[in-house]
Design a protein. Structure first.
Length: 561
């Protein structure tokens, strides 16, 4: 007996490893994968809230989130610093001359970074508790300190797998293959969900930590077949005099310092937040996760997809094409980011209730999370644009300017947060104001410095489309708020989940239609992107409908399938 299986499922290499020839197609794949990853991420958060957000579990869940700080910081400083600013541009140069040389250089860089990572991991493993005591605020209990220390030790293993996995991501993105790297975070969230569900009954909150390690391992393994197919073969080589290694080392310090400033900022803010209450870090993290979701959907995909293309354009003597490309991408980001920020601003409470509405999550928790979300939603567009602008500087092989900008904005953010918590006593809301203010300032500084380097970023070409989109967003906010208030009070009983969902969908649809109407009225060019996306989806449907099918025998094992 036989059954038919679409060819697209029988040979994943025909589409998972497909090269993207344009920024939009690459960004669309990354965006779709990020949407799925975000949904699984919220499933993960809701599962963890359901399992632990009651009694003493609230404090342990807060400790679980807080415990990721040190491992994440190590990973970003040691690995991301080298990969984002140095490895991809250097690898791209080597690849043009010889793929074999490029892959050898990859092994050399990877080996050095992993050795450094392992040495620091051992130190952190030994001194996890003193480090936690140093970083935690006065509201943290002795039990939370112990749980945080143990979870920090567990999560170090996850970052080791991430370190390897991100080299695979760098290689694939250098070949303009974005699908598998974009799918990896989905697998990571699946791993955490599985680990938390299976191991939490036996190990409590530590089961979630085991899930993080499992997810990171899966994040690494899903990319291995594609990297091997490109020709990469790992070799243990520590040629410290390798020219490629020296280039990476020369470009890395500025980017690592930039990340270091950001990480120190996060550590200081973490201490401020944990000085308010024993669960403040959890509430603040939940609000941030909702805010960063649209950035992951828009700013990050376009920024990641654009880096190889911007690197190519930056090699030209005339940077006009580089400037026009960056401006075009800025407007594309803003076109989608502005309405999303308005949706989160107006519908903050329904969104928080839908995503985090487990029995233990009180109305006070919901209102506080909603207020924080509303304040930081103002900066969503700026944060998304910064994802692109920082990569524009890296494409120009300029890592010092982002460092200086980061130093200025982080200092301002830390000062505003300190003032809010310890002087003005405005708590988490004051810290949220600092987030928005410093991010908008960061975007403006990036634009100003890029304008001095390339010219044209503070001209009509930038401001006119942006003002049009801001105006359209304003009218969207007005026409979104009014029906939301009317329907909430007179039509829907939002104590029921189904009616809450209907209210959110109805008002969101009204708001988006108003935004599209004014976009057409103001002749915003980026509106054509929606048409292009619909045409691409229609093209994919036609392609899939013509896909050949292959015959497989039913006797095959699960591994073979």
């Amino acid at each position: 007996m036989v059954f038919k299986l679409p060819k697209i499922l029988s040979s994943y290499t025909e589409w998972l490893e497909k090269q993207q020839s344009s920024i939009i197609s690459a960004a669309m794949f990354i965006m779709i994968a990020n949407i799925l990853s975000g949904l699984f991420g919220f499933l993960r958060q809701r599962l963890l809230l359901g399992l632990f957000y009651h009694g003493t579990g609230k404090a342990e869940l807060d400790a679980f989130l807080f415990a990721s700080q040190i491992p994440d910081m190590m990973f970003k400083l040691i690995v991301i610093g080298a990969l984002s600013a140095a490895f991809i541009p250097v690898f791209t140069q080597y690849k043009k001359e010889s793929e074999e040389a490029a892959f050898h250089m990859t092994s050399v860089v990877m080996n050095l970074l992993l050795i450094v990572f392992l040495v620091i991991s051992v130190i952190i493993f030994i001194f996890a508790q003193p480090v936690t005591l140093l970083l935690a605020g006065s509201a943290y209990t002795a039990h939370q300190i112990e749980v945080t220390s143990n979870l920090t030790r567990i999560m170090l293993a996850a970052q080791f797998f991430f370190a390897i996995s991100n080299f695979w991501t760098g290689i694939l993105q250098s070949y303009k293959r974005f699908i598998l790297p974009a799918l990896a975070p989905i697998i990571y969230n699946v791993g955490i969900v599985i680990g938390a569900y299976l191991f939490s009954p036996m190990f409590g909150i530590y089961g979630a930590g085991i899930g993080v390690v499992l997810g990171a391992f899966l994040h690494m393994m899903i990319q291995v077949p594609a990297v091997r197919k490109l020709g990469f073969r790992y070799s243990f080589s520590l040629d410290l005099k390798h020219p490629g290694m020296r280039k990476v080392v020369r470009l890395t310090p500025a980017r690592t310092t930039t990340l270091g400033i950001s990480e120190v900022q996060d550590l200081i803010i973490g201490k401020f937040v944990t000085s308010i209450t024993s669960v403040s870090y959890l509430v603040f993290t939940l609000a941030i996760s909702l805010m960063t979701l649209p950035i992951r959907f828009i700013g990050t995909p376009i920024g990641q997809a654009a880096l190889p293309f911007l690197s190519d354009e930056s090699e030209e003597k005339d940077l006009h094409h580089f400037r026009d490309l960056v401006l075009k991408l800025i407007h594309q980001i803003s076109f989608f980011a502005f309405p999303i920020s308005i949706l989160l601003l107006i519908l903050r409470v329904p969104v928080v209730r839908l995503v985090f509405g487990v029995p233990g999550f009180s109305w006070d928790d919901t209102k506080l999370t909603g207020r924080i979300l509303a304040i930081i939603a103002v900066s969503i567009t700026a944060q998304a644009i910064c994802q692109l602008l920082i990569r524009a500087f890296y494409a120009l092989k300029n890592t010092k300017t982002p460092l200086k900008i980061s130093l200025v904005t982080s200092s301002i953010f830390i000062f505003v947060s300190w003032l809010s918590v310890f002087v003005l006593k405005t708590g988490l809301e004051g810290i949220a104001v600092g987030v928005s203010f410093s991010t908008i300032l960061e975007m403006l500084l990036f634009l100003y410095c890029l304008d001095r380097r390339v010219k044209g970023f503070m001209s009509k070409a930038f401001w006119v489309p942006q003002i049009k989109m801001i105006t359209a967003s304003f009218f969207m906010a007005v026409f979104l708020y009014l029906p939301f208030r009317i329907l909430d009070e007179l039509v829907f009983n939002t104590s029921h989940t189904i009616e809450l969902i209907l209210l959110t969908i109805t008002t969101s649809t009204i708001g988006m239609l108003v935004y599209i109407y004014f976009a057409m009225l103001f002749e915003i060019r980026e509106l054509t992107i929606l048409k292009d996306i619909l045409e691409k989806i229609d093209g994919w449907k036609k392609t899939l409908s013509r896909t050949e099918e292959v015959l497989l025998e039913t006797g095959m094992s699960g591994d073979e399938l």
